[in-house]
Design a protein around this ligand. Structure first.
Ligand code: A3P
Length: 321
């Protein structure tokens, strides 16, 4: 496993400090604008490092998503699909390793992991136009996952509130109230936002190169999980054989990756990851895993407001939520 050293990330501090700043939802962090998208400076260091140093190989596959759209889930599905001849159910690294350590994020500077050396799978929250050039030039395959913006926002708000409580204890009370954060999200000001631009970038690319970019919605993954998993396996060039179909491999993979099963694994219940020299609990990646949970936190008017913004921003693209 190779991990990018903190010194090699530090050198991007000057470039980043010169960028326009914006409200980062809490007093302890701000967002900065790079190529039309908002990033937390800490992640942007990794983004710029990947831009300068990451060289994709033609067979690499990238699992891309904006934050909180269900990447933990789709990563787990892809990992199990792609490694099913390497490991069986009881030996899969997913049993003992948080999904994010099975398929690393480019922008954390973690390009290779112990878990899946034979599996050229990478993950990224980067917008399409910010991916390292080699990914596009080589025509690497990309799986993209998006989610209803209202649920995405609510999930993100809970996530960052928990992160702040972990990395800046005592500051969680200063974290943005849900209504105010919603206003920022609607203005496009969120990690890797504007959310709709993130979605549009991959959507358009998927129309241009449908055999290279497979586009999913969280809600469809929930509704038609089997069909989506078969599509994923074909896309990853390891379709299920007749025998596997007969043995229920598809259903087993889905069961293993279900919210209930993944979130109840010991590693995901009580394990921790080091982030920014602080420990983040793995259970932060598992909250409810439901469609429509936004209704418990946002008013119908707020929902309508965001729906209208999204409709306008996506109009003419053919993409709808
Ligand atoms: P909620 O906060 O709405 O519960 P990401 O993985 O991109 O960080 O997204 C996190 C969201 O996906 C969270 O949504 C989380 O609960 C949900 N999630 C995590 N694992 C899941 C799974 N196996 N199936 C469905 N949803 C899952």
């Amino acid at each position: 496993a190779s991990k990018t050293s903190s010194e090699s990330l530090e050198k991007y501090k000057d470039e980043i400090s010169g960028l326009p700043h914006g409200n980062g939802w809490s007093p302890s962090q701000h967002l900065c604008l790079h190529k039309g998208f908002w990033f937390y400076p800490h992640f942007l260091q990794g983004v710029l490092h990947a831009r300068d140093h990451f060289k994709a190989k033609p067979n690499d596959v990238f699992i891309c998503s904006s934050m909180k759209t269900g990447c933990t889930w789709i990563k787990s599905l892809c990992f199990l699909i792609a490694t099913r001849t390497q490991f069986d159910d009881s030996t899969s690294p997913l049993r003992t390793t948080v999904p994010h350590d099975c398929i690393p994020f480019l922008e954390y500077g973690e390009y290779y992991t112990e878990a899946g050396p034979k599996t050229p799978l990478f993950a990224s929250h980067l917008p399409y136009t910010c991916l390292p050039e080699s990914v596009i030039d080589l025509g690497c395959k990309i799986v993209y996952l998006c989610r209803d913006p209202k649920d995405t926002y609510v999930s993100m708000w809970h996530f960052f509130r928990k992160v702040v409580a972990t990395i800046a204890p005592g500051q969680e009370d200063l974290f943005v109230p849900i209504e105010e954060g919603f206003g920022l999200f609607c203005k496009g000001m969120s990690s890797y936002g504007p959310y709709w631009e993130h979605v549009l970038g991959y959507w358009k690319a998927s129309l241009e190169r449908p055999n290279k970019i497979l586009f999913f919605k969280y809600e469809d993954l929930k509704k038609e999980t089997e069909a989506c998993v078969r599509k994923l396996a074909e896309f990853l060039e390891c379709p299920f054989s007749i025998e596997e179909e007969r043995e229920g491999t598809v259903q087993n993979i889905i069961k293993f990756c279900s919210f209930e099963s993944l979130s109840n694994l010991e590693v995901n219940k009580t394990g921790k990851q080091v982030k920014r020299d602080k420990f983040v609990e793995n259970n932060i990646y598992f909250r409810k895993g439901k469609v429509g949970d936004w209704r418990n936190y946002l008013s119908a008017e707020m929902g309508e407001r965001l729906d209208n913004i999204i409709e306008e921003k996506l109009s003419g693209s053919g993409m709808t939520f």
